[in-house]
Design a protein around this ligand. Structure first.
Ligand SMILES: NC(=O)NCCC[C@H](N)C(=O)O
Length: 443
């Protein structure tokens, strides 16, 4: 086996995992409240101490199996320092954080730039509460509360009072009760979605919901400035400056010539076609994309919530994506006859489409929860189909999905289970929580 020196090298879903990017859940998951959790794409509020313990167990399971684990928060801070890009980064994040008031903008900027880079990255991820940053408007509200003269507040935020700002009506908050100037990013521990490795490059994604759109700024900075990546020839197949959206949970690398991408709640058909054109024209190894249409519902937001590869010829599947009779729409996208054009063939037999591109005679689709009318949707809801393959036939899964795990074992798959009572509350499993950077090639 030749040693892989490229910082990103992913030619399959199942090749031995060498390096992976994770994000340990931090206070951003505690900054959820019942009022905002739905908008921030959570169904419940995780218990921080336990979710961190479970995540550490996940990281340890990977390390015990020879995987190098890198952390997003650390790489992002290293990148920003290496690129001397603190101010540029802060300005970019602020410009995407819906801050209308100039005094709030200035207050936040000074507040963040006064921090060490690592603390600043973590603060941005956790979300920034109004009570931590003092701006002129806060003093105006003090007047209203006390009926007296504005008094400069003492405490950590007082130096961020922007005394010179002119008064703007837009400084008057529409929602004084809302606790944040900058929303937390609780979904960051799903490192799979903001960017996706394919070949020796990646897509840095424009994500569907505002709750997640700023997440890909960290990966953009890492690729731009971090010495581990910036000095190498990492191909950005698609950047985040698009209007059509794509998320990594939909992007599967079947082999070095073929991708499977979900047309889903989070990834549009247009984005897939645009990516195909980029890949076909920029000298990638990819020649085909299977665009698989899945239901546009929250429970199945990405293709990897209903379909993952576990071995050369085996996949998990949630039966809920198939029509009665087992058909599903698969659009095979290939290079067209003219530049700037693709050729699209419509197929409806997923098993056959997969056999064709993988070059295998037999293929097994292992149904989530055994296909049982109750167990299948229950275990799918807790990511029973969302396995992370760390080698052919070896996967990491959530322990709570015992029926699906048992079935995987019956099919000869080695299953490494991790605790999942809190991790699962964010509606993502082991594949969602990991972004492979390097995998060994298959023979
Ligand atoms: N690939 C994945 O399916 N990721 C899980 C993302 C869960 C997150 N709460 C979201 O709704 O985006």
């Amino acid at each position: 086996m030749t040693e892989i020196t490229a910082p990103i090298h992913v030619n399959s879903e199942i090749g031995k995992l060498k390096t992976v990017l994770l994000k340990r859940p931090g206070r951003e998951v505690e900054n959820l409240t019942p009022e905002i959790m739905e908008r921030l794409l959570f169904d419940d509020i995780p218990y921080l101490k336990v979710i961190q313990k479970e995540h550490d167990e996940f990281a340890k399971a990977l390390e015990d199996n020879g995987v190098e684990v890198l952390y997003l928060e650390k790489l992002a801070a290293e990148a920003i320092d290496a690129g001397n890009a603190k101010e540029t980064f802060v300005e970019k994040v602020l410009s995407e954080s819906n801050i209308e008031s100039p005094s709030v903008y200035e207050g936040l900027k000074n507040y963040l730039l006064d921090m060490e880079t690592q603390d600043m990255v973590i603060a941005i991820m956790e979300g920034i509460r109004k009570k931590d940053v003092h701006t002129k408007q806060e003093h105006l509200s003090d007047v209203a509360e006390d009926g007296g003269e504005p008094v400069e507040k003492k405490g950590s935020g007082s130096s961020y009072f922007t005394e010179d700002e002119s008064d703007h009506l837009r400084d008057v908050s529409n929602d004084d009760d809302y606790p944040f100037y900058m929303d937390p990013m609780p979904n960051l521990y799903f490192t799979r979605d903001p960017a996706a490795s394919m070949g020796n490059g990646l897509t840095i994604n424009r994500m569907m919901f505002e709750a997640r759109q700023r997440e890909s700024l960290f990966m953009e900075a890492i690729m731009q400035y971090h010495p581990r990546f910036a000095s190498s020839d990492v191909q950005i197949w698609r950047d985040r400056n698009h209007t059509s959206f794509m998320e990594g949970g939909d992007e599967l690398v079947l082999n070095e010539k073929t991708l499977a991408i979900g047309i889903s709640q989070r990834t549009s058909a247009q984005a897939i076609e645009e990516l195909a054109l980029e890949l076909f024209s920029k000298g990638s190894t990819f020649e085909k994309i299977l665009a698989i249409k899945i239901p546009n519902v929250r429970a199945m937001m990405h293709l990897d919530t209903v379909f993952t590869m576990v071995d050369y010829d085996k996949f998990t599947i949630h039966p809920g994506i198939l029509r009665i009779g087992g058909s599903i729409d698969v659009y095979v996208i290939e290079k067209g006859d003219e530049p700037g054009k693709v050729k699209i063939t419509h197929e409806t037999d997923l098993e056959k489409s997969l056999k064709d591109v993988l070059g295998v005679e037999e293929l097994t689709l292992i149904p989530c929860g055994g296909g049982d009318a109750i167990a299948a949707p229950r275990e799918q809801w807790n990511d029973g189909s969302n396995t992370l393959a760390i080698a052919p036939g070896v996967v990491v899964t959530y322990d709570r999905n015992y029926m699906s795990n048992e079935l995987l074992r019956e099919h000869g798959i080695k299953v490494i289970e991790i605790s999942s009572s809190e991790l699962s509350r964010g509606r993502g499993g082991p594949r969602c929580m990991s972004m492979p950077l390097v995998r060994e090639d298959l023979n």
